[in-house]
Design a protein around this ligand. Structure first.
Ligand code: BG6
Ligand code: MG
Length: 214
């Protein structure tokens, strides 16, 4: 058994990956181009400004003014906040609460490792703000995934060495970050996409402790 589990937030605990997509799509449409659902895969786990760069590339738009870029990213975040402000605990993904409780009952520490600056807001919205031993969010790090910083920071705060931590991730860059942090990694989603993870699950429904045995 591992000693700690570190959960990505967007797309693992809650289905906010969808809201990120809808908010970026709104911005893209205003800029005059379309953002397809399949392009969303590239945006998962990537930091806000890095995601904007990807969006602009897709739309073939060149912007040199950093202030204008900031404004666009802020606008996207306003749209995103409109979606997440409507969230309730019903939006916690199936099986997540039960699985977290199982870990707690077996003295396995739990943490959030997300590059999102909206992490606290979302945890509060869905009633999970005091659930985790440690929360590392976009305010605590300077390098987004695939850099391992977010997970290494969580491991430090948890006081559990990386090789005894298991990360749960839905993004390709997140799996890369976990593996380069020297941690175990369970992918949540499509095994064809998350092929570098040690294991891949479709959802947390009916998952037991054997999931974190390596
Ligand atoms: C990650 C999401 O968790 O957070 C990305 O997967 C997002 O899609 C990133 O860009 C940054 O989030 P935020 O909320 O700070 O804009
Ligand atoms: Mg994610």
């Amino acid at each position: 058994l591992v000693k700690a589990c570190i959960f990505d937030l967007d797309g693992v605990i809650v289905n906010t990956a969808r809201y990120h997509y809808l908010a970026w799509k709104r911005l893209a449409n205003e800029l005059g181009f379309e953002l397809l659902e399949k392009d969303n895969e590239l945006l998962k786990g990537v930091g806000r400004m890095e995601a904007l760069e990807i969006i602009l590339k897709i739309g073939n738009i060149q912007i040199y003014d950093p202030k204008f870029k900031e404004q666009l990213a802020e606008k996207k975040n306003m749209y995103y906040l409109e979606y997440i402000n409507q969230m309730t605990k019903e939006e916690i993904l199936p099986g997540v609460l039960k699985f977290l409780q199982l870990l707690i009952d077996h003295n396995i520490k739990i943490a959030i490792g997300s590059v999102s600056k909206n992490t606290r807001t979302i945890l509060k919205k869905v009633g999970l703000e005091s659930y985790f031993d440690v929360v590392v969010d976009g305010y605590k790090i300077s390098k987004a995934k695939p850099d391992p910083e977010v997970f290494l920071k969580a491991s430090l705060e948890l006081n559990v060495p990386p090789n005894e931590c298991c990360v749960f991730e839905d993004a390709i860059v997140g799996v890369i970050a976990a593996k380069s942090a020297g941690m175990k990694c369970v992918g949540v989603g499509d095994p064809r996409i998350l092929k570098d993870a040690d294991k891949v699950i479709q959802s947390f429904e009916n998952q037991g402790l054997e999931l974190v045995m390596f």
